[in-house]
Design a binder for this molecule. Structure first.
Ligand code: ADP
Length: 483
Protein backbone atom coordinates (compact mmCIF):
# COMPACT_ATOMS: atom_id res chain seq x y z
CA UNK A 1 0.00 0.00 0.00
CA UNK A 2 1.29 3.50 -0.80
CA UNK A 3 2.18 5.47 2.32
CA UNK A 4 -0.43 8.15 1.66
CA UNK A 5 -3.16 5.57 1.04
CA UNK A 6 -3.35 4.65 4.71
CA UNK A 7 -3.31 8.36 5.58
CA UNK A 8 -6.50 8.87 3.53
CA UNK A 9 -8.18 5.70 4.74
CA UNK A 10 -10.15 7.29 7.57
CA UNK A 11 -12.10 4.91 9.77
CA UNK A 12 -14.24 7.52 11.53
CA UNK A 13 -17.04 10.01 10.93
CA UNK A 14 -16.19 13.67 10.37
CA UNK A 15 -18.61 15.83 12.34
CA UNK A 16 -17.99 19.51 13.00
CA UNK A 17 -14.28 19.14 12.30
CA UNK A 18 -13.78 16.13 14.62
CA UNK A 19 -13.09 12.55 13.56
CA UNK A 20 -15.40 10.50 15.77
CA UNK A 21 -16.81 6.98 16.22
CA UNK A 22 -20.50 6.05 16.40
CA UNK A 23 -22.16 6.68 19.78
CA UNK A 24 -22.59 2.93 20.22
CA UNK A 25 -18.98 2.20 19.24
CA UNK A 26 -20.33 -0.33 16.73
CA UNK A 27 -18.55 -0.58 13.38
CA UNK A 28 -19.11 -2.01 9.89
CA UNK A 29 -16.42 -4.07 8.15
CA UNK A 30 -15.20 -2.89 4.77
CA UNK A 31 -14.21 -5.72 2.43
CA UNK A 32 -11.86 -5.74 -0.56
CA UNK A 33 -13.97 -7.40 -3.30
CA UNK A 34 -10.85 -8.69 -5.08
CA UNK A 35 -9.87 -11.05 -2.25
CA UNK A 36 -12.69 -10.99 0.30
CA UNK A 37 -10.34 -9.65 2.97
CA UNK A 38 -11.26 -7.01 5.52
CA UNK A 39 -9.68 -3.64 4.78
CA UNK A 40 -10.84 -1.95 7.96
CA UNK A 41 -13.98 -0.64 9.60
CA UNK A 42 -16.16 2.48 9.67
CA UNK A 43 -18.64 3.65 12.30
CA UNK A 44 -22.16 2.26 12.20
CA UNK A 45 -23.91 5.55 12.89
CA UNK A 46 -27.60 6.31 13.05
CA UNK A 47 -29.98 9.22 13.58
CA UNK A 48 -28.21 10.88 16.53
CA UNK A 49 -24.85 11.24 14.79
CA UNK A 50 -26.59 12.42 11.63
CA UNK A 51 -28.50 15.08 13.56
CA UNK A 52 -25.25 16.35 15.07
CA UNK A 53 -23.65 16.46 11.62
CA UNK A 54 -26.61 18.45 10.27
CA UNK A 55 -26.41 20.86 13.21
CA UNK A 56 -22.65 21.27 12.68
CA UNK A 57 -23.29 21.97 8.99
CA UNK A 58 -25.95 24.52 9.87
CA UNK A 59 -23.64 26.30 12.28
CA UNK A 60 -20.83 26.35 9.70
CA UNK A 61 -23.28 27.65 7.09
CA UNK A 62 -23.76 30.89 9.05
CA UNK A 63 -20.14 31.83 8.30
CA UNK A 64 -19.62 30.00 5.01
CA UNK A 65 -22.57 31.70 3.29
CA UNK A 66 -20.90 35.07 3.86
CA UNK A 67 -17.61 34.14 2.17
CA UNK A 68 -17.12 35.53 -1.32
CA UNK A 69 -17.44 33.37 -4.41
CA UNK A 70 -13.78 34.12 -5.12
CA UNK A 71 -12.67 32.92 -1.69
CA UNK A 72 -14.62 29.68 -2.13
CA UNK A 73 -13.23 29.28 -5.62
CA UNK A 74 -9.66 29.56 -4.33
CA UNK A 75 -10.26 26.85 -1.73
CA UNK A 76 -11.84 24.59 -4.34
CA UNK A 77 -8.82 25.08 -6.59
CA UNK A 78 -6.61 24.01 -3.71
CA UNK A 79 -8.82 20.98 -3.25
CA UNK A 80 -8.42 20.15 -6.94
CA UNK A 81 -4.63 20.37 -6.61
CA UNK A 82 -4.61 18.23 -3.45
CA UNK A 83 -6.63 15.52 -5.21
CA UNK A 84 -4.28 15.46 -8.19
CA UNK A 85 -1.19 15.51 -5.94
CA UNK A 86 -2.57 12.38 -4.26
CA UNK A 87 -4.09 10.78 -7.33
CA UNK A 88 -2.14 7.51 -6.97
CA UNK A 89 -3.03 6.99 -3.32
CA UNK A 90 -6.67 7.93 -3.77
CA UNK A 91 -6.90 5.59 -6.79
CA UNK A 92 -5.29 2.74 -4.85
CA UNK A 93 -7.79 3.24 -2.03
CA UNK A 94 -10.66 3.30 -4.52
CA UNK A 95 -9.55 0.07 -6.19
CA UNK A 96 -9.03 -1.64 -2.84
CA UNK A 97 -12.57 -0.95 -1.66
CA UNK A 98 -14.44 -0.97 -4.97
CA UNK A 99 -12.54 -3.43 -7.15
CA UNK A 100 -12.24 -1.49 -10.42
CA UNK A 101 -9.05 -1.65 -12.48
CA UNK A 102 -6.43 0.80 -11.25
CA UNK A 103 -6.35 2.79 -14.51
CA UNK A 104 -10.12 3.35 -14.18
CA UNK A 105 -9.70 4.37 -10.54
CA UNK A 106 -7.02 6.89 -11.57
CA UNK A 107 -9.40 8.18 -14.21
CA UNK A 108 -12.19 8.51 -11.66
CA UNK A 109 -9.96 10.46 -9.29
CA UNK A 110 -8.93 12.74 -12.15
CA UNK A 111 -12.55 13.39 -13.13
CA UNK A 112 -13.35 14.09 -9.48
CA UNK A 113 -10.66 16.76 -9.47
CA UNK A 114 -11.99 18.09 -12.79
CA UNK A 115 -15.49 18.50 -11.30
CA UNK A 116 -14.06 20.44 -8.38
CA UNK A 117 -12.14 22.74 -10.75
CA UNK A 118 -15.19 23.19 -12.97
CA UNK A 119 -17.35 24.28 -10.04
CA UNK A 120 -14.56 26.46 -8.67
CA UNK A 121 -15.01 28.32 -11.96
CA UNK A 122 -18.81 28.11 -12.21
CA UNK A 123 -19.27 29.34 -8.62
CA UNK A 124 -18.06 32.75 -9.74
CA UNK A 125 -20.74 32.96 -12.43
CA UNK A 126 -23.98 32.42 -10.55
CA UNK A 127 -25.38 35.59 -12.04
CA UNK A 128 -28.71 37.09 -11.14
CA UNK A 129 -30.81 39.53 -13.23
CA UNK A 130 -31.88 43.13 -13.20
CA UNK A 131 -35.30 43.06 -14.87
CA UNK A 132 -36.92 46.05 -16.61
CA UNK A 133 -39.57 47.22 -14.15
CA UNK A 134 -43.19 47.94 -15.10
CA UNK A 135 -43.16 50.74 -12.45
CA UNK A 136 -41.29 54.03 -12.78
CA UNK A 137 -40.57 54.16 -9.04
CA UNK A 138 -39.50 50.56 -8.44
CA UNK A 139 -36.66 48.30 -9.50
CA UNK A 140 -36.58 44.51 -9.86
CA UNK A 141 -33.50 42.56 -8.86
CA UNK A 142 -33.17 38.79 -8.94
CA UNK A 143 -30.32 37.20 -6.98
CA UNK A 144 -29.08 33.69 -6.26
CA UNK A 145 -28.32 32.48 -2.76
CA UNK A 146 -27.09 29.15 -1.39
CA UNK A 147 -29.96 26.88 -0.33
CA UNK A 148 -28.29 26.09 3.02
CA UNK A 149 -27.34 22.69 4.36
CA UNK A 150 -27.41 19.98 1.71
CA UNK A 151 -27.21 16.21 2.17
CA UNK A 152 -25.60 13.84 -0.31
CA UNK A 153 -26.15 10.07 -0.41
CA UNK A 154 -23.88 8.23 -2.82
CA UNK A 155 -23.44 4.71 -4.24
CA UNK A 156 -20.52 2.28 -4.30
CA UNK A 157 -19.81 2.21 -8.05
CA UNK A 158 -18.19 5.67 -8.30
CA UNK A 159 -17.46 6.47 -4.65
CA UNK A 160 -15.22 9.42 -5.48
CA UNK A 161 -16.68 11.15 -8.54
CA UNK A 162 -20.33 10.89 -7.48
CA UNK A 163 -19.39 12.95 -4.43
CA UNK A 164 -17.26 15.38 -6.43
CA UNK A 165 -20.21 16.48 -8.52
CA UNK A 166 -22.28 17.05 -5.39
CA UNK A 167 -19.68 18.52 -3.01
CA UNK A 168 -18.19 20.69 -5.78
CA UNK A 169 -21.31 22.69 -6.67
CA UNK A 170 -22.52 22.73 -3.06
CA UNK A 171 -19.36 24.32 -1.70
CA UNK A 172 -19.00 26.65 -4.68
CA UNK A 173 -22.56 27.89 -4.19
CA UNK A 174 -21.94 28.57 -0.49
CA UNK A 175 -23.77 25.56 0.94
CA UNK A 176 -22.46 23.24 3.64
CA UNK A 177 -22.81 19.47 3.39
CA UNK A 178 -23.63 16.27 5.20
CA UNK A 179 -22.47 13.26 3.24
CA UNK A 180 -23.38 9.58 3.53
CA UNK A 181 -21.17 7.35 1.39
CA UNK A 182 -22.18 3.76 0.56
CA UNK A 183 -21.18 1.29 3.27
CA UNK A 184 -19.33 -0.95 0.78
CA UNK A 185 -17.03 1.91 -0.32
CA UNK A 186 -16.86 4.51 2.45
CA UNK A 187 -13.15 5.33 2.33
CA UNK A 188 -13.15 7.29 -0.93
CA UNK A 189 -15.99 9.35 0.58
CA UNK A 190 -14.23 9.86 3.90
CA UNK A 191 -11.07 10.89 2.03
CA UNK A 192 -13.00 13.96 0.85
CA UNK A 193 -13.21 15.01 4.51
CA UNK A 194 -9.48 14.61 5.02
CA UNK A 195 -8.71 16.54 1.83
CA UNK A 196 -11.12 19.38 2.64
CA UNK A 197 -9.60 19.64 6.09
CA UNK A 198 -6.06 19.75 4.71
CA UNK A 199 -6.71 22.53 2.22
CA UNK A 200 -8.41 24.69 4.83
CA UNK A 201 -12.19 24.45 4.53
CA UNK A 202 -13.65 25.61 7.86
CA UNK A 203 -14.82 22.97 10.34
CA UNK A 204 -18.36 21.79 9.75
CA UNK A 205 -18.49 22.79 6.07
CA UNK A 206 -18.17 19.13 5.06
CA UNK A 207 -19.43 16.44 7.44
CA UNK A 208 -19.37 12.73 6.68
CA UNK A 209 -21.40 10.06 8.40
CA UNK A 210 -21.22 6.32 7.68
CA UNK A 211 -23.61 3.64 8.86
CA UNK A 212 -27.22 2.58 8.72
CA UNK A 213 -28.65 3.82 5.41
CA UNK A 214 -32.22 3.76 6.67
CA UNK A 215 -31.57 5.66 9.90
CA UNK A 216 -29.24 8.24 8.36
CA UNK A 217 -31.57 8.67 5.39
CA UNK A 218 -34.63 9.12 7.59
CA UNK A 219 -32.96 11.81 9.69
CA UNK A 220 -31.75 13.64 6.58
CA UNK A 221 -35.24 13.60 5.02
CA UNK A 222 -37.07 14.62 8.20
CA UNK A 223 -34.68 17.31 9.44
CA UNK A 224 -35.90 20.77 8.38
CA UNK A 225 -32.37 22.21 8.49
CA UNK A 226 -31.48 20.17 5.39
CA UNK A 227 -32.75 22.15 2.40
CA UNK A 228 -31.68 19.84 -0.38
CA UNK A 229 -31.03 16.15 -0.85
CA UNK A 230 -28.90 14.95 -3.71
CA UNK A 231 -28.93 11.20 -4.25
CA UNK A 232 -27.30 8.78 -6.66
CA UNK A 233 -28.47 5.19 -6.42
CA UNK A 234 -31.32 2.90 -7.34
CA UNK A 235 -34.71 4.09 -8.58
CA UNK A 236 -36.29 2.02 -5.83
CA UNK A 237 -34.53 3.93 -3.01
CA UNK A 238 -34.78 7.23 -4.89
CA UNK A 239 -38.58 6.97 -4.92
CA UNK A 240 -38.64 6.35 -1.16
CA UNK A 241 -36.38 9.35 -0.55
CA UNK A 242 -38.51 11.66 -2.73
CA UNK A 243 -41.56 10.65 -0.69
CA UNK A 244 -39.78 11.17 2.60
CA UNK A 245 -38.45 14.58 1.55
CA UNK A 246 -42.03 15.71 0.92
CA UNK A 247 -42.52 16.13 4.67
CA UNK A 248 -40.05 19.03 4.73
CA UNK A 249 -40.45 20.11 1.06
CA UNK A 250 -36.76 19.86 0.22
CA UNK A 251 -35.26 20.32 -3.17
CA UNK A 252 -34.23 16.91 -4.51
CA UNK A 253 -31.80 15.83 -7.21
CA UNK A 254 -32.00 12.18 -8.15
CA UNK A 255 -29.57 10.30 -10.34
CA UNK A 256 -31.22 6.89 -10.53
CA UNK A 257 -31.17 3.70 -12.55
CA UNK A 258 -30.75 3.36 -16.30
CA UNK A 259 -31.48 0.80 -18.99
CA UNK A 260 -29.23 2.19 -21.72
CA UNK A 261 -29.88 1.02 -25.29
CA UNK A 262 -27.06 0.92 -27.84
CA UNK A 263 -28.31 0.96 -31.44
CA UNK A 264 -26.19 -0.06 -34.42
CA UNK A 265 -27.66 0.69 -37.85
CA UNK A 266 -26.71 -0.97 -41.13
CA UNK A 267 -24.93 2.20 -42.26
CA UNK A 268 -22.69 2.43 -39.16
CA UNK A 269 -18.92 2.09 -39.00
CA UNK A 270 -18.94 -1.34 -37.34
CA UNK A 271 -15.40 -1.24 -35.99
CA UNK A 272 -16.09 2.09 -34.34
CA UNK A 273 -19.36 0.71 -32.96
CA UNK A 274 -17.55 -2.30 -31.47
CA UNK A 275 -14.96 -0.02 -29.87
CA UNK A 276 -17.76 2.10 -28.38
CA UNK A 277 -19.68 -1.00 -27.31
CA UNK A 278 -16.74 -2.32 -25.31
CA UNK A 279 -16.41 0.87 -23.29
CA UNK A 280 -20.16 1.49 -22.99
CA UNK A 281 -20.71 -2.04 -21.70
CA UNK A 282 -17.68 -3.15 -19.72
CA UNK A 283 -16.44 -0.01 -17.96
CA UNK A 284 -16.30 -0.78 -14.23
CA UNK A 285 -17.26 -4.37 -15.18
CA UNK A 286 -20.66 -3.14 -16.32
CA UNK A 287 -21.45 -1.53 -12.99
CA UNK A 288 -22.34 2.00 -14.06
CA UNK A 289 -25.76 3.55 -14.48
CA UNK A 290 -24.87 4.59 -18.04
CA UNK A 291 -23.56 1.15 -19.05
CA UNK A 292 -25.35 -0.37 -22.02
CA UNK A 293 -28.06 -2.76 -20.90
CA UNK A 294 -29.41 -3.68 -24.34
CA UNK A 295 -27.71 -3.77 -27.74
CA UNK A 296 -30.05 -3.43 -30.74
CA UNK A 297 -28.37 -4.23 -34.06
CA UNK A 298 -29.94 -3.95 -37.52
CA UNK A 299 -30.36 -7.24 -39.38
CA UNK A 300 -27.90 -6.43 -42.19
CA UNK A 301 -24.91 -6.06 -39.83
CA UNK A 302 -26.09 -8.24 -36.95
CA UNK A 303 -23.83 -11.24 -37.51
CA UNK A 304 -20.75 -9.13 -38.27
CA UNK A 305 -21.30 -6.99 -35.18
CA UNK A 306 -21.85 -9.97 -32.87
CA UNK A 307 -18.76 -11.72 -34.19
CA UNK A 308 -16.49 -8.68 -33.83
CA UNK A 309 -17.97 -7.67 -30.48
CA UNK A 310 -17.56 -11.19 -29.05
CA UNK A 311 -13.94 -11.30 -30.28
CA UNK A 312 -13.18 -7.92 -28.66
CA UNK A 313 -14.92 -9.02 -25.45
CA UNK A 314 -12.81 -12.17 -25.26
CA UNK A 315 -9.67 -9.99 -25.22
CA UNK A 316 -10.63 -8.22 -21.97
CA UNK A 317 -8.48 -9.18 -19.01
CA UNK A 318 -10.24 -10.10 -15.79
CA UNK A 319 -8.22 -9.80 -12.59
CA UNK A 320 -7.64 -7.94 -9.34
CA UNK A 321 -7.84 -4.19 -10.01
CA UNK A 322 -4.35 -3.54 -8.65
CA UNK A 323 -2.75 -6.08 -10.98
CA UNK A 324 -0.97 -4.70 -14.06
CA UNK A 325 -2.94 -5.24 -17.28
CA UNK A 326 -6.32 -5.84 -15.64
CA UNK A 327 -9.23 -4.29 -17.52
CA UNK A 328 -12.06 -5.98 -15.60
CA UNK A 329 -12.10 -6.07 -11.81
CA UNK A 330 -14.44 -8.22 -9.69
CA UNK A 331 -18.11 -7.42 -9.21
CA UNK A 332 -18.89 -5.66 -5.94
CA UNK A 333 -20.16 -8.75 -4.11
CA UNK A 334 -21.62 -12.22 -4.52
CA UNK A 335 -25.17 -10.89 -4.72
CA UNK A 336 -24.21 -9.01 -7.89
CA UNK A 337 -22.75 -12.22 -9.37
CA UNK A 338 -25.86 -14.22 -8.48
CA UNK A 339 -28.02 -11.62 -10.25
CA UNK A 340 -25.89 -11.79 -13.39
CA UNK A 341 -26.14 -15.59 -13.38
CA UNK A 342 -29.92 -15.40 -13.06
CA UNK A 343 -30.11 -13.06 -16.05
CA UNK A 344 -27.99 -15.41 -18.16
CA UNK A 345 -30.09 -18.45 -17.18
CA UNK A 346 -33.25 -16.51 -17.98
CA UNK A 347 -31.84 -15.55 -21.41
CA UNK A 348 -30.84 -19.14 -22.18
CA UNK A 349 -34.29 -20.40 -21.22
CA UNK A 350 -35.75 -17.95 -23.76
CA UNK A 351 -33.46 -19.09 -26.58
CA UNK A 352 -30.48 -16.76 -26.07
CA UNK A 353 -27.05 -18.05 -27.10
CA UNK A 354 -23.87 -17.31 -25.13
CA UNK A 355 -21.21 -16.37 -27.70
CA UNK A 356 -18.52 -15.23 -25.26
CA UNK A 357 -18.01 -15.80 -21.52
CA UNK A 358 -21.16 -16.80 -19.67
CA UNK A 359 -19.95 -17.97 -16.27
CA UNK A 360 -18.00 -17.17 -13.11
CA UNK A 361 -14.33 -16.57 -13.83
CA UNK A 362 -11.73 -19.19 -12.90
CA UNK A 363 -10.29 -16.68 -10.38
CA UNK A 364 -13.31 -17.39 -8.16
CA UNK A 365 -14.74 -14.85 -5.71
CA UNK A 366 -16.90 -12.28 -7.45
CA UNK A 367 -14.95 -12.33 -10.72
CA UNK A 368 -17.15 -12.92 -13.76
CA UNK A 369 -16.42 -13.47 -17.44
CA UNK A 370 -17.45 -10.64 -19.76
CA UNK A 371 -20.38 -12.15 -21.63
CA UNK A 372 -22.09 -11.61 -24.98
CA UNK A 373 -25.50 -13.16 -25.66
CA UNK A 374 -26.97 -13.26 -29.16
CA UNK A 375 -30.60 -13.85 -30.03
CA UNK A 376 -31.89 -11.60 -27.26
CA UNK A 377 -35.67 -11.02 -27.23
CA UNK A 378 -37.96 -8.60 -25.35
CA UNK A 379 -39.17 -11.53 -23.20
CA UNK A 380 -35.80 -11.67 -21.44
CA UNK A 381 -35.33 -9.92 -18.10
CA UNK A 382 -32.69 -7.48 -19.31
CA UNK A 383 -35.25 -5.87 -21.62
CA UNK A 384 -36.75 -4.24 -18.50
CA UNK A 385 -34.24 -4.67 -15.66
CA UNK A 386 -30.82 -3.14 -15.07
CA UNK A 387 -28.07 -5.80 -15.28
CA UNK A 388 -25.26 -3.90 -13.53
CA UNK A 389 -22.74 -6.48 -14.63
CA UNK A 390 -20.61 -7.54 -17.61
CA UNK A 391 -23.35 -9.10 -19.73
CA UNK A 392 -24.22 -7.83 -23.21
CA UNK A 393 -27.49 -9.06 -24.73
CA UNK A 394 -27.74 -8.35 -28.47
CA UNK A 395 -31.22 -7.93 -30.01
CA UNK A 396 -31.92 -7.84 -33.76
CA UNK A 397 -34.14 -5.24 -35.44
CA UNK A 398 -35.25 -4.43 -38.98
CA UNK A 399 -36.41 -0.80 -39.15
CA UNK A 400 -35.40 2.51 -37.60
CA UNK A 401 -38.88 2.97 -36.20
CA UNK A 402 -38.77 -0.44 -34.52
CA UNK A 403 -35.34 0.30 -33.01
CA UNK A 404 -36.45 3.60 -31.48
CA UNK A 405 -39.66 2.04 -30.14
CA UNK A 406 -37.74 -0.84 -28.50
CA UNK A 407 -35.12 1.54 -27.10
CA UNK A 408 -37.84 3.70 -25.53
CA UNK A 409 -39.80 0.75 -24.17
CA UNK A 410 -38.62 1.20 -20.59
CA UNK A 411 -39.50 3.39 -17.62
CA UNK A 412 -35.87 4.55 -17.55
CA UNK A 413 -34.32 7.38 -19.56
CA UNK A 414 -30.71 8.03 -18.59
CA UNK A 415 -28.10 7.44 -21.32
CA UNK A 416 -28.41 5.92 -24.79
CA UNK A 417 -26.02 5.41 -27.68
CA UNK A 418 -26.42 4.87 -31.40
CA UNK A 419 -24.18 4.39 -34.41
CA UNK A 420 -25.03 5.52 -37.92
CA UNK A 421 -23.30 7.09 -40.89
CA UNK A 422 -26.46 8.87 -42.08
CA UNK A 423 -26.87 12.48 -40.97
CA UNK A 424 -30.65 12.58 -41.38
CA UNK A 425 -31.03 9.40 -39.36
CA UNK A 426 -28.71 10.80 -36.69
CA UNK A 427 -31.10 13.72 -36.14
CA UNK A 428 -34.30 11.67 -36.37
CA UNK A 429 -33.10 9.05 -33.90
CA UNK A 430 -31.50 11.56 -31.53
CA UNK A 431 -34.79 13.47 -31.36
CA UNK A 432 -36.85 10.28 -31.00
CA UNK A 433 -34.95 8.75 -28.09
CA UNK A 434 -36.47 9.67 -24.72
CA UNK A 435 -33.22 9.91 -22.80
CA UNK A 436 -31.36 12.61 -20.88
CA UNK A 437 -28.06 11.88 -22.64
CA UNK A 438 -27.32 10.61 -26.14
CA UNK A 439 -24.01 9.40 -27.57
CA UNK A 440 -24.01 9.52 -31.39
CA UNK A 441 -21.13 7.41 -32.67
CA UNK A 442 -19.64 7.69 -29.16
CA UNK A 443 -19.74 5.20 -26.29
CA UNK A 444 -18.28 7.30 -23.47
CA UNK A 445 -19.81 10.75 -23.09
CA UNK A 446 -19.50 11.82 -19.44
CA UNK A 447 -17.52 15.02 -18.93
CA UNK A 448 -17.65 17.79 -16.34
CA UNK A 449 -18.64 20.44 -18.92
CA UNK A 450 -21.89 18.68 -19.89
CA UNK A 451 -25.12 18.23 -17.89
CA UNK A 452 -25.39 14.63 -16.70
CA UNK A 453 -28.85 13.37 -15.77
CA UNK A 454 -31.87 11.40 -16.81
CA UNK A 455 -35.55 11.74 -17.64
CA UNK A 456 -38.54 9.56 -16.67
CA UNK A 457 -37.70 7.28 -13.72
CA UNK A 458 -33.96 7.84 -14.18
CA UNK A 459 -34.10 11.00 -12.16
CA UNK A 460 -34.42 14.71 -11.60
CA UNK A 461 -31.83 17.44 -12.01
CA UNK A 462 -28.45 17.70 -13.70
CA UNK A 463 -24.90 17.25 -12.45
CA UNK A 464 -22.00 18.97 -14.20
CA UNK A 465 -22.32 21.63 -16.90
CA UNK A 466 -23.40 25.14 -16.00
CA UNK A 467 -26.72 23.56 -14.91
CA UNK A 468 -25.02 21.56 -12.14
CA UNK A 469 -24.89 24.39 -9.64
CA UNK A 470 -28.48 25.60 -10.08
CA UNK A 471 -30.03 23.10 -7.67
CA UNK A 472 -27.81 24.40 -4.88
CA UNK A 473 -29.12 27.92 -5.27
CA UNK A 474 -32.38 29.63 -4.36
CA UNK A 475 -33.63 32.42 -6.58
CA UNK A 476 -34.62 35.54 -4.65
CA UNK A 477 -36.66 38.34 -6.13
CA UNK A 478 -36.16 41.78 -4.59
CA UNK A 479 -38.43 44.75 -5.38
CA UNK A 480 -36.99 48.11 -4.41
CA UNK A 481 -39.67 50.78 -4.20
CA UNK A 482 -40.05 54.46 -3.39
CA UNK A 483 -37.37 55.63 -5.83
P1 ADP B 1 -27.20 0.25 -5.05
O1 ADP B 1 -28.11 -0.80 -5.60
O2 ADP B 1 -26.35 0.92 -6.07
O3 ADP B 1 -26.46 -0.15 -3.80
P2 ADP B 1 -28.93 1.83 -3.40
O4 ADP B 1 -29.99 2.77 -3.88
O5 ADP B 1 -29.37 0.65 -2.61
O6 ADP B 1 -28.15 1.43 -4.71
O7 ADP B 1 -27.83 2.57 -2.57
C1 ADP B 1 -27.32 3.84 -2.91
C2 ADP B 1 -27.04 4.61 -1.65
O8 ADP B 1 -28.28 4.80 -0.95
C3 ADP B 1 -26.11 3.91 -0.67
O9 ADP B 1 -25.32 4.90 -0.01
C4 ADP B 1 -27.07 3.27 0.28
O10 ADP B 1 -26.48 3.04 1.55
C5 ADP B 1 -28.14 4.33 0.37
N1 ADP B 1 -29.45 3.84 0.84
C6 ADP B 1 -29.96 2.60 0.73
N2 ADP B 1 -31.18 2.53 1.32
C7 ADP B 1 -31.45 3.77 1.81
C8 ADP B 1 -32.55 4.36 2.54
N3 ADP B 1 -33.63 3.66 2.86
N4 ADP B 1 -32.45 5.65 2.88
C9 ADP B 1 -31.36 6.36 2.55
N5 ADP B 1 -30.31 5.88 1.87
C10 ADP B 1 -30.34 4.60 1.49
Amino acid sequence: MLQKTSHYMRQANLIGGKWVQADSGVTIDVINPANGQKLGTVPKSGAAETRRAIEAADEAFQGWRKTSALERSKLLRKLHDAIMDNQDSLAELLTMEQGKALFEAKGEVAISAAYILWFAEEGRRTYGDVVPSPWADRRIIVTKQPVGVIAAITPWNFPSSMLARKIGPALAAGCTAVVKPASQTPYSGLAWGALCEEVGFPEGVVNIVTGSAGEIGDEICANPLVRKLTFTGSTEIGKILIQKCASTVKKVSMELGGNAPFLVFDDADIDRAVEGAIIAKYRNSGQTCVCTNRFFVQAGVYDTFVEKFAAATAKLKVGPGLEEGTTQGPLIDDKAVAKVEEFIDDAKSHGGKVVSGGKRHALGGSFFEPTVISGATPKMRFMKEEIFGPVAPVFKFDTEEEAVRLANDTEFGLACYFYTGDLGRAFRVMEGLKYGMVGVNEGLITTVEAPFGGVKESGLGKEGGHQGIEDYLDTKYVCIGGL
